[in-house]
Ligand binder design. Structure first.
Ligand code: NAD
Length: 421
């Protein structure tokens, strides 16, 4: 299933339920701008290599374009378009004044040296700096892009515009304008939503089992936070494989082991299982924190979880979403579940704009308040329309986007394609 088509399908379903103005749906079904570039980077060996890269600016109806950059070998334009579109909806769900964007570079970050990654990042900034900026388009980390990469990004942009510009990118290290709490924000936001949802359904963390797919920024912190809240983490996985123990495992030990040995599979907290097999193991809650298209027609019938928390973007394809929802599985959708990341990115940007930095407690209190408000609005809409949480989340976003479009006028979502190869 093409990720972009899947996103459009989700939008169409919600639009139909809420009887959205067709013009608004059509407008938001295309990104405003698409930039494609080819980056020339000198490798450590002396060889010159070429990397295809993208920046998609989906919508700035509610504020500057906002969204991460991923470094992955097989990134393609449709994937980035889908992610940029989801960002527009996520920011609207979260009620933060941003639109949506996303970037990607086709590269294998795992096999590149620090110097090669720095040169690639600086080349990417040189290619896009004229179309981004603190009040126009603000990138952030995503898969295989780290706070260090964000620091190089900010440095190169500041050099090019001859002005210290920490607000051009979020997810930076604390020392160069990052926010306390940004590293854990995606996982923490997901944990707040899950906790509130469970509280409203008389469910408790104690005795509830969790499997976490993906053990990077979102997944490893999610495993640690949920374990600290009293959940029993029975399974985890990364790209190399899974680890399962029905009695429960200590995610802090798994993090330590992954740092030393490169994968969760080498840890003796549990037994190694296949990377996809882990999704089908018994658990109450399945946290999807790896990447898109993980729960599909091929495995949906074998999912045992009662709740799926989507920390990754687009991990459940539309057919599986429909099937599982009919089976009574509650899916807390990506545009709500992982919106803690962009919410704290927004806080980081606010702190950069004011050159005034907040204590961690302030970040956490504001994040919790914002994400629970977003959840409550979605639960009300779910009740009103008798639909799934995903449909209600898209309705929540469409409502805000539709109002912004009508107030600003139909020229607001200007479409223009830029091909710059
Ligand atoms: P990351 O690069 O830090 O980690 C990705 C993890 O997924 C790694 O542990 C990798 O080994 C694992 N992985 C890759 N393929 C896998 C597979 N087939 N099976 C199991 N594990 C696999 O990336 P991240 O920032 O944690 O992002 C993960 C997901 O969360 C992505 O979909 C991303 O778009 C989404 N997301 C991240 C943030 C954020 O703030 N980092 C915010 C919102 C959404």
């Amino acid at each position: 299933m093409n990720f972009y088509e899947n996103t459009l399908k989700n939008m169409n379903k919600a639009a139909k339920i809420m009887k959205l103005d067709q013009e608004t749906l059509d407008t938001l079904s295309y990104p405003q701008k698409t930039l494609m570039v080819n980056l020339q980077v000198r490798m450590d060996s002396g060889e010159m290599k070429y990397f295809e890269a993208y920046r998609v600016q989906h919508s700035e109806l509610r504020g500057p374009f906002k969204g991460g950059i991923r470094y992955l070998p097989n990134v393609d334009l449709d994937e980035i378009k889908a992610l940029a579109t989801e960002m527009t909806f996520k920011c609207a769900v979260a009620g933060i004044p941003y639109g949506g964007g996303k970037g990607g570079v086709c590269c294998n970050a795992k096999e590149m040296s620090k110097g090669e990654l720095e040169r690639l990042t600086r080349k990417y900034v040189q290619a896009v700096y004229q179309v981004i900026g603190p009040n126009h388009d603000i990138p952030a980390p995503d898969m295989y892009t780290t706070p260090q990469i964000m620091a190089w990004f900010m440095d190169e942009y500041s050099r090019l515009v001859n002005q210290y510009s920490p607000g051009v990118v979020t997810g930076k290290p604390i020392e160069v304008g990052g926010s306390l709490g940004r590293g854990t924000a995606t996982a923490q936001g997901g944990a707040y939503v899950l906790e509130e949802y469970m509280k409203r359904h008389d469910m408790k963390a104690e005795g509830t089992t969790v499997i976490v797919q993906g053990f990077g920024n979102a997944g490893s912190f999610a495993a640690e936070i949920l374990h600290s809240m009293g959940f029993t983490v029975v399974g985890v996985s990364d790209s190399k494989g899974g680890l399962y123990n029905e009695k429960g495992m200590d995610p802090f030990c798994i993090v330590k082991s992954k740092k030393e040995k490169g994968s969760v599979t080498n840890c003796d907290e549990g037994k190694a299982v296949g990377p996809m097999e882990i999704l089908e193991k018994p658990c109450d809650i399945l946290v999807l924190a790896a990447m898109e298209n993980q729960v599909t027609e091929a495995n949906m019938k074998n999912i045992k979880a009662k709740i799926i928390l989507e920390l990754a973007n687009g991990p459940t394809i539309a057919e599986a979403d429909e099937y599982l929802s009919k089976q009574g599985v509650v899916i807390i959708p990506d545009i709500l579940a992982n919106s803690g990341g962009v919410t704290v990115s927004y806080f980081e940007w606010l702190q950069n704009q004011q050159a005034y930095y907040w204590p961690l407690e302030e970040v956490e209190v504001k994040l919790k308040r914002a994400i629970i408000e977003a959840l409550v609005r979605i639960l009300d809409l779910q009740n009103e329309h008798k639909c799934t949480l995903r449909e209600a989340a898209y309705i929540s976003a469409f409502d805000r986007l539709d109002k912004a479009l009508k107030l600003r006028g139909s020229g607001a979502h200007l479409r223009c394609k830029v091909y710059n190869k």
